[in-house]
Design a protein around this ligand. Structure first.
Ligand code: NAI
Length: 793
């Protein structure tokens, strides 16, 4: 076709990207890849390979090794061996390696973009202009954190050997999100790419060689879920970082519960895309194209649920359909293609099945009449309207180019619908009223809210979920915390197993046959409450003398306490200044009772320690009153015309199993950070001296603490822990007694993937502020929400 003819028709001609560099690289490896272990290519121990294919053509690209338990063992061993030398480097030396990675990614950007596109099926326009530049940016940003590590994170050290498992939707970007912060903080890595898309990780292995990264610092083992499982279960791995489906995240959570492995999870989403009637509809439609048709909709934060204000639903749907009709589906190496191929046949089948199910449940399916390629794995852009909020297509992650549309009437209905999901990864809010948009943004339970924009990412802005979208953040200062821990923590001595820990049976009535104590009660909803069981447990002093009786709480009491805590959510909305005032008042009231509290406590811990403990408790309350209005977020200035507002939001209702040592100070050291951050609390006090409840509710009652903000239920900790950890209305579980309790907290809470914070059964010196107060606790009491707001016309 001549240029003149093209001008006449304005049809697109083919515009293929040149794949030569990528093909030369593949051929250089004879299109057959072993694992990258200890700085060299190694054939798999069991000799098994699988094919990586191009989803656009179905053709084999290369043979890739299937990792076995033995391959994982070799990779972990190599990472372990490399660890001490890597940590012995200066921060500057590590920074230089990360900087070299960024430079090398840029140097090989065309190769990497083409490899990503042929392996995954995503349009070259996206891999070239979005994935690879973000990869380079991530390494640059983290070269900076490596350089500043010691000054910005004093008192922290690396986790150690980190196992990282990534998905197929952004293969190299997810690698960068994992490897950059791990290396910047002095960890060594074993990374397992997804089985559908291993090629760019293998190309990255070559980059590690090219920049002379010390052997063993980065190891890459390819394979499927069984390889990932071997990595998760390897005993010498200190941390697992996972991105992928919620289902596998849950399995990993379960598999790591009995270990001391740290865990961060970035899981699925069903993110709302909310358009108000005063929005700039044309911009919103362009946003939507990005929100759901970017990367064929195979995006964890895809705006897959469209929530439209009823008054504009009809014109909006028409605009969306008109725009959908101009989308071009086709060979992803073509630079003028909008929607490429679906990653694998199994994923295409899944999309088809879910769309069919949605239609069977009453949704109306609309697809534009556009040209579709005759071969390869493609699915047209799809709009499902009249979707019921409970339909499978409104609830489950489809991970395809499918938009499910619903309507709402008022902002509060929009928020309710937006939050009507188990997920909480991202959301997008469109309104020309900044007040409405920010008000809605504040109420949405999601780690990211994009106002009048969508799918913006930057290495400086942490990304990650609320609820069953996982926990932990990737990027920014908050992302660094996922790869470090307090330097004293790993060497803290293990606590002896709790002697009073009982089994989980429900025979509490038989174990405790005592009459109810009249003085100390449970504390639920701001009121003293008798235990449901009607029984008490004996509390004995150091000499074995009977000190009193504490109520024996049971499941019902825990449920009541959780309900009271949920109802007290107004605490989260109170100002930081107000929370500080309440805390100062608490300190004042404990001061007034100092002598009597110490006197009673002395029977349990001895006179000297009791006085010391009460004094330290007053000090600790002051510390958190001080923190209340100082544990602030930040404002980032990412490289777009936007600001990203980082908010430290409370996690919600926190269940806390308090330590047996320091019954007063230990309890307050955990309850206070949770409270300071705006959470509500259900705490189970020390089993050895639960009578402390009586002193505490007197202090709380006289300090203007709203009823339900803190609830105290004494009893057998192991039983109450189970109920708390399993409760779906508890958002985080903290356990600070023995190792068995730490394991139980992790295991019982797998169901709704609640956040877990434990001492791993180690002793914490509650008198030492370095160990027992401050940012480490506040970090666990909060979750970061980033609100992106554009500026300019
Ligand atoms: P997946 O969660 O099974 O795979 C992600 C990674 O985990 C891969 O590297 C895989 O090999 C590995 N893996 C699988 N089973 C494992 C196990 N038991 N232990 C350790 N590692 C394991 O995701 P899949 O099957 O590829 O996709 C299924 C669905 O998951 C998609 O349709 C989508 O809905 C969702 N998904 C969500 C992602 C996200 O970023 N939120 C990414 C990929 C998939």
């Amino acid at each position: 076709m001549s240029i003149a003819e093209k001008f006449a028709t304005m049809e697109y001609g083919p515009a293929p990207e040149d794949p030569k560099d990528a093909l030369v690289w593949l051929d250089g490896h004879k299109r057959r890849f072993g694992h990258f272990i200890n700085g060299e290519w190694r054939d798999p121990v069991e000799g098994v390979f699988f094919d990586s294919t191009d989803p656009a053509t179905g053709e084999k690209i290369a043979a890739v090794a299937q990792g076995s338990v033995a391959d994982i063992a070799a990779a972990v061993e190599s990472a372990r061996k490399a660890l001490s030398a890597w940590q012995a480097l200066t921060p500057h030396a590590r920074a230089r390696y990360l900087y070299a990675m960024a430079r090398s990614v840029q140097k090989h950007s065309r190769r990497l973009a083409v490899l990503e596109t042929i392996d995954n099926g995503k349009p070259i326009r996206e891999s070239r202009d979005i994935d690879i530049p973000l990869v380079a940016r991530h390494f640059y940003h983290h070269a900076g954190w490596a350089q500043l590590l010691e000054s910005e994170f004093p008192g922290y050290t690396a986790c150690g050997v980190v196992g990282q498992i990534i998905p197929w939707n952004f293969p190299l970007l997810m690698l960068a999100w994992k490897i950059a912060p791990a290396l910047a903080t002095g960890n060594t890595v074993v990374l397992k790419p997804a089985e559908f898309t291993p090629l760019t990780a293998l190309a990255f292995a070559d980059i590690c060689r090219e920049i002379h990264l010390p052997a063993g610092v980065v190891n890459i083992v390819t394979g499927d879920g069984t390889t990932g499982e071997a990595l998760v279960k390897h005993p010498d791995v200190d941390k697992i970082a996972f991105t992928g489906s919620t289902e596998v995240g849950r399995a990993i959570r379960s598999a790591t519960a009995t270990s001391h492995k740290r865990l961060s999870l970035e899981l699925g989403g069903k993110s709302p895309f909310i358009i108000f009637e005063d929005a700039d509809l044309d911009s919103a439609v362009e946003g939507l194209v990005d929100g759901i048709w970017f990367n064929q909709g195979q995006v964890c934060c895809a705006g897959s649920r469209l929530l439209m204000q009823e008054s504009i639903a009809q014109p909006l749907i028409e605009k969306i359909q008109a725009r959908m009709s101009t989308l071009r589906v086709g060979p992803p190496l073509d630079k003028a293609i909008d929607i490429g191929a679906i990653v694998a046949p199994v994923q295409l089948e899944r999309i088809k099945r879910l769309v069919d199910q949605g239609v069977a449940e009453g949704a109306t399916c609309w697809q534009p009449q556009i040209a579709m390629p005759s071969r390869g794995l493609y699915f047209p852009p799809t709009l499902l309207s009249n979707v019921h909020p409970t339909s499978i297509v409104a609830q489950q992650e489809i991970f395809g180019p499918v938009l499910a549309a619903m309507t709402f009437r008022t902002p509060s209905e929009a928020v309710e619908l937006a939050n009507n999901t188990v997920y909480g990864l991202a959301s997008s809010v469109w309104s020309e009223s900044i007040n409405v948009a920010l008000q809605v943004a504040a109420q949405i339970k999601a780690g990211v809210v994009w106002v009048n924009c969508t799918n913006l990412f930057d290495a400086a802005c942490g990304f990650g979920g609320y609820r069953e979208s996982g926990y932990g953040r990737e990027g920014g200062r908050e992302g660094i915390f996922e790869y470090i821990e307090p330097d004293w923590f790993k060497s803290a001595p293990a606590l002896p197993a709790s002697s009073k820990t009982t089994n989980d049976s429900e025979d509490e009535d038989q174990r405790a046959g005592l009459a109810i104590d009249r003085t100390v009660k449970l504390y639920i909803g701001g009121k003293q409450a008798r235990p449901d069981s009607g029984y008490s447990i004996e509390v004995r002093g150091n000499e074995g003398e009977l000190l009193g009786e504490a109520p024996l709480g049971n499941r019902k009491d825990i449920r009541n306490a959780v309900e009271a805590a949920r109802k007290a959510s107004g605490w989260a909305k109170s100002t930081a200044h107000h929370r500080a005032q309440v805390l100062y008042y608490m300190a004042e009231n404990l001061s007034l009772r100092k002598e009597e509290v110490a006197k009673r406590l002395s029977a349990a811990v001895g006179k000297d320690l009791a006085e010391k403990e009460v004094t330290a408790a007053i000090d600790r309350i002051f510390s958190y009153a001080a923190w209340a209005d100082k544990y602030d977020g930040a404002v980032h200035n990412p490289p777009f015309r936007t600001i990203a507002i980082t908010m430290n939001e409370p996690v919600g209702t926190v269940g806390i199993i308090c330590p047996n040592q320091s019954p007063l100070l230990g309890l307050l050291s955990l309850v206070l950070p949770a409270l300071t951050a705006g959470n509500t609390v259900v705490a189970v006090p020390s089993e050895t001296y639960p009578l402390i409840i009586g002193d505490l509710y007197q202090v709380f009652d006289t300090s203007d603490l709203p009823g339900g903000a803190v609830n105290l239920v004494s009893g057998y900790q192991s039983q109450l822990l189970k109920t708390l950890a399993e409760h779906d209305d508890v958002d985080a579980i903290w356990s600070f007694t023995d190792e068995a309790s730490a394991t139980a907290a992790k295991s019982y809470s797998v169901g709704n993937l609640k956040q877990v914070f434990t001492n791993e059964g180690r002793a914490i010196n509650w008198f030492d502020p370095k160990q027992a107060e401050g940012r480490w606790f506040l970090k666990h009491a909060t979750q970061v929400k980033n609100i992106w707001v554009p500026y300019g016309e």
